[in-house]
Design a protein. Structure first.
Length: 271
């Protein structure tokens, strides 16, 4: 199907790289006008440029999702540029791994802020343009589905060694998603989550090759990485496009009767 998202407007946080980048590109290919948001301007600007080169519409919004005014500012930019909001993808994320007995308060709360507090704030800020707009449409007999897709992880379902902060935040995202589905479902707003397994991104590269961000070495030790991969029935990590395809499905009309669900994208790895 082509142009499933024609005339719709989407926000995708953390869309300068990885899964977020592929999500922004896929939504644009289906006709959505996209607000590309990332903390780092250069990669996000490249995504905007690529969308425009392919004939799509996109704008850039740089910012840190943990800032108290981020949600307000990105929503205002979206409405100012495009006049509406139909799809919200809370994708921005980072890991600060440590064993629980060594984890600091800062490490714990930083990850909660990024993965749970930020999505909550953005959903709340979007209410006038999603929930309230839908109420007006319903009064006029118009049925238009809006979509909220929150990015969780299998760590939020079954836990993960060294990720007390990340697993807690991702479990919280699932709870948040289910509450939004219950509260806003009657307004034709579908709230769902994707829970990724091992996806090949900069966060899961071999530690020896991974980036350092804010003094933190990203990546996974090669030996541990191979151990994880060996447990996947498909014997490989997923790639960013495969992960983004799940988000596209939940953003599209194909999922209009899917609400409050967690779509696991994990290559069959459930243990």
């Amino acid at each position: 199907m082509k142009n499933m998202l024609e005339n719709q407007v989407a926000i995708v946080t953390g869309s300068g790289r990885g899964v977020g980048r592929e999500t922004a590109l896929m939504l644009a290919e289906q006709g959505a006008r996209v607000v590309v948001s990332d903390k780092d301007e250069a990669p996000a600007a490249e995504v905007v440029s690529e969308i425009k080169q392919k004939g799509g519409e996109a704008v850039l919004f740089c910012g840190d999702v943990t800032e108290a005014d981020f949600a307000k500012k990105i929503t205002e930019t979206t409405i100012s540029e495009f006049g509406r909001l139909d799809i919200l993808v809370n994708n921005a994320g980072l890991t600060l791994d440590n064993m629980i007995h060594n984890m600091t308060d800062e490490q714990f709360y930083t990850i909660l802020d990024i993965h749970l507090v930020a999505p909550f704030r953005l959903i709340r800020e979007a209410a006038p343009y999603m929930r309230d707009a839908a109420k007006e449409e319903i009064e006029q007999g118009i049925v238009h589905h809006r979509k909220i897709i929150n990015v969780s992880s299998v760590a939020g379902i079954r836990g993960n060694v060294g990720q007390a902060n990340y697993a807690s935040a991702k479990a919280g995202v699932i709870g948040l998603t289910k509450v939004v589905a219950l509260e806003w479902g009657k307004f034709n707003i579908n709230a769902n989550a994707v829970a990724f397994g091992f996806i090949d991104t900069r966060l899961t590269k071999p530690k020896e090759e991974a980036e350092v961000i804010a003094g933190v070495q990203l990546g996974i030790p090669e030996k541990v990485r191979n151990m994880f991969i060996d447990k996947i029935p498909q014997k490989r990590p997923g790639d960013a496009k495969e992960a983004a395809a799940g988000i596209l499905y939940l953003a599209s009309p194909l999922s209009n009767y899917v609400n409050g669900q967690v779509l696991q994208i994990n290559g069959g790895s459930y243990t």
